[in-house]
Design a protein around this ligand. Structure first.
Ligand SMILES: [Zn+2]
Length: 326
């Protein structure tokens, strides 16, 4: 019996620390991309709406690719504190200057999300210019993902999972568990899109905002942990037939209350920026008419990404840092 218990607890321990969890959650990423479609002006919305299932389902592609594609993982985050105080204001805004100052390897090690979003926006604009439906949709879906990621405070810090402060598990808690529990009540509806005058400035503004939210993310968790006993802090439940440790409902309720709308604000801001960015790229491409642009029927390339997912979890354990893993 004792042996069984200890095997069980090591399995739970193993699963917990291997991060068998979901993302911003997969659910939230899909929701953000989907809602962004409804913000677009009619001429553009017709095209996106025709392909709304693709845009929704593929919102999680970048996470699937992270384990299979070299160079993908670092597109999802940036460890701002590596660069000292107020880094969101002092780092080179553009990739070229950043490479000249820090070198590419070092940049990639600490995450390149704010620069990569600018690259993807450029690619989207180019795809619009030639009315390449598949590229427009694939890059839009990806871009939605990266934009949503930089809205998550824990995607802007080296302490991405509370591992430096004894708060392991906080990453999935904030971006998966909380939205799953409470997002049904969020007001995520936003009106017409707004043209972004400077994409780079907007990206860095969001990164700074996310990073500033970190204090409350960590402090409230710590504060609550002193008032709620460890037995009540966690619960164990079966998710996809896997016994998983997560924060209890009681702890989640209290934490979510303390954050007073933070998760909702970040999610809403994600929807806002994703819509604005798609719209801005379309305007920059000269507002092409996409009435006759169809997504090719064969989407083999897209299926490959799904196939790459299951084979990759060993790589994920040893290579890809769990933060990008959420
Ligand atoms: Zn991601």
């Amino acid at each position: 019996m004792r042996k069984r218990v200890s095997i069980l607890s090591s399995v739970v321990f193993f699963l917990f620390f291997c991060g068998v969890t979901v993302h911003w959650g997969f659910w939230a990423h899909k929701r953000i991309n989907r809602l962004a479609v409804f913000r677009l002006p009619a001429e553009l919305q017709v095209f996106y709406k025709k392909n709304i299932d693709f845009i929704t389902e593929n919102a999680v592609n970048p996470d699937r690719r992270r384990y299979a594609v070299v160079g993908e993982a670092e597109r999802h985050f940036i460890d701002l504190e590596v660069y000292g105080d107020s880094a969101a204001y002092t780092l080179p805004v553009f990739w070229k200057e950043a490479v000249a100052k820090y070198g590419e390897d070092s940049l990639r090690r600490h995450g390149i999300a704010p620069w990569y979003i600018q690259t993807a926006a450029y690619q989207l604009t180019e795809a619009f210019k030639v009315k390449d439906a598949r590229r427009i949709l694939r890059i839009s879906a990806d871009l939605g993902h990266y934009v949503a990621d930089i809205h998550v405070p824990l995607h802007t810090t080296r302490n991405y999972n509370g591992q430096l402060t004894g708060q392991e598990g906080i990453h999935a808690f904030w971006e998966s568990r909380l939205p799953e529990l409470y997002a049904d009540h969020y007001q995520l509806w936003i009106g017409e899109p707004v043209y972004i005058n400077s994409i780079s400035a907007e990206v860095w503004r969001v990164v700074h905002e996310s990073h500033s939210a970190l204090d409350s993310v960590f402090q409230f968790e710590r504060k609550l942990s002193t008032t709620i006993s460890p037995e009540k802090k966690y619960s164990y439940e079966l998710r996809n037939n896997i016994l998983t440790r997560s924060y209890s409902r009681e702890f989640s309720d209290a934490y979510h209350r303390l954050l007073s709308g933070q998760v909702e604000r970040r999610m809403k801001s994600s929807v806002r920026m994703v819509g604005n960015l798609w719209y801005t790229c379309w305007v920059n491409a000269g507002q092409p008419d996409l009435k006759n642009s169809e997504m090719p029927v064969d989407a083999a390339e897209d299926k490959n990404e799904k196939a790459a997912e299951p084979q990759s979890w060993l790589q994920r354990l040893f290579k890809v840092r769990p933060e990008a893993d959420d």
